[in-house]
Ligand binder design. Structure first.
Ligand code: CP
Ligand code: NVA
Length: 303
C-alpha cells in the first residue's frame, strides 16, 4: 500500500490492519505512551474544500507522531492560480514525506499520486471519504466487538460517504442496505463493486424502512455536499422522507448505533432527538478520525 486514494483499492485485510493499529495508537495515547514514528517528517495538507475535523485531526495526529503538518489552502497556494496538480506533486515530494488532499474530482487525487513519489492520502473527494469510513468502522468494531455479519444501513444522498460505506463495510464482511431516491443513487463504481461481493449482502431501495429493518448501525449524511450548494433547494425536496427519526430507529435493532460524519443538519437528514440520543457514539466517531489517520500515516509514511 503506497497511498490511501480510495477504499476500493484496499483489501479487507488491509483495512483490518489499519483498524488494529488505530486501536493500539488510541490505547497508547490514552495511557500516555508516546510514539515518534514520524519524527522529523512533514505532511502537506491541501484543502480545496472546507474542513474542521480532517484538518485538525491530521495536523494533531502528525504532531503527536513527532512530525509536522503544513496547511495549504486551495485558494492561497498556487493551485488556486492554476498550477497543474502534476507540477505540485513533483514539488511537494521534494520537501515533504506525504500529502493529504481534500478536493472535488477523484481523478485529481489519482493524478497527484501518479506524479508524487511520496504517499498520498485522500481527505475527501466527490467519490470517496476513506479516512472517515475507516474511523467509522473503528467505532463500530469498538462498540460492537466485531464487524463481520453486522448490518449497516445508510439513508440519504448516494454521495462520497455512501460510496465509502458501501465499499468499506462490504469489504469487512458487513451486510449493507442503502435507501435513497432513484436519481441520487451511489456512484456506479461502488454499485459495481457491490455486485462482485459474495460473502455479504447488499440492498439498494427507495424505502428507508425496508433498509433500516434490523440494522445494527444507521448512517446518514447531509443532503447537499460541499460543491452542491446551488442544488440545495431541489435536494431538500427530493430527500424529504429520507430522515433518520424515531420511526426509523424503531425498525432497527434495539441497541443500534447511529453514525454521522458531521457536520450534521438537524431537522434535515436526522432529527435533533435522535442525534442527541446517539451523540456519544457520533463524537467518538469524530475522535476516531485522529487515531485511524495516525495509523494510516504510520503505515504509509513510517517506513
Ligand atoms: N467529517 C469530516 O470530514 O469533517 P470536516 O469536513 O470538518 O473535515
Ligand atoms: N458528503 C459531505 C461530507 C462532509 C464531511 C460532503 O462531501 O460535503
Amino acid at each position: 500500500m503506497k497511498d490511501l486514494l480510495k477504499l476500493l483499492d484496499l483489501s479487507g485485510d488491509e483495512i483490518t490492519k489499519i483498524l488494529d493499529m488505530a486501536d493500539q495508537l488510541k490505547y497508547d495515547l490514552k495511557h500516555g505512551i508516546a510514539h515518534e514514528y514520524l519524527k522529523g517528517k512533514t505532511l502537506a495538507m491541501i484543502f480545496e474544500k472546507n474542513s474542521t475535523r480532517t484538518r485538525v485531526s491530521f495536523e494533531t495526529g502528525i504532531y503527536q507522531l513527532g512530525g509536522h503538518g503544513i496547511f495549504l489552502s486551495g485558494s492561497d497556494s498556487q493551485l488556486g492560480r492554476g498550477e497543474p496538480i502534476k507540477d505540485t506533486a513533483r514539488v511537494l515530494e521534494r520537501y515533504c514525506d506525504g500529502i493529504m488532499i481534500r478536493t472535488f474530482e477523484q481523478e485529481k487525487v489519482e493524478e497527484l499520486a501518479d506524479y508524487a513519489g511520496i504517499p498520498v492520502i485522500n481527505g475527501l473527494t466527490d467519490f470517496e471519504h476513506p479516512c472517515q469510513v475507516l474511523a467509522d468502522l473503528m467505532t463500530i468494531r469498538e462498540r460492537m466487538s466485531r464487524l463481520k455479519g453486522l448490518k449497516v444501513c445508510y439513508i440519504g444522498d448516494g454521495n462520497n460517504m455512501a460510496n465509502s460505506i458501501i465499499i468499506g463495510a462490504l469489504k469487512c464482511g458487513m451486510d449493507v442496505s442503502v435507501a435513497c431516491p432513484r436519481q441520487y443513487r451511489p456512484d456506479k463504481r461502488a454499485l459495481d463493486f457491490a455486485k462482485t461481493v459474495t460473502d455479504a449482502k447488499f440492498t439498494l431501495t427507495e424505502d428507508k424502512m425496508e433498509a433500516a429493518k434490523d440494522a445494527d448501525v444507521l448512517f446518514t449524511d447531509v443532503w447537499a455536499s460541499m460543491g452542491m450548494e446551488s442544488e440545495a433547494k431541489a435536494r431538500m425536496q427530493a430527500f424529504t422522507g429520507y430522515q433518520i427519526n424515531d420511526e426509523v430507529m424503531k425498525a432497527a435493532k434495539p441497541h443500534a448505533l447511529v453514525q454521522h460524519c458531521l457536520p450534521a443538519h438537524r431537522g434535515e437528514e436526522i432529527t435533533d432527538e435522535v442525534f442527541e440520543k446517539h451523540a456519544d457514539e457520533i463524537f467518538e466517531e469524530a475522535e476516531n478520525r485522529l487515531h485511524a489517520q495516525k495509523a494510516v500515516m504510520v503505515l504509509l509514511m513510517g517506513g
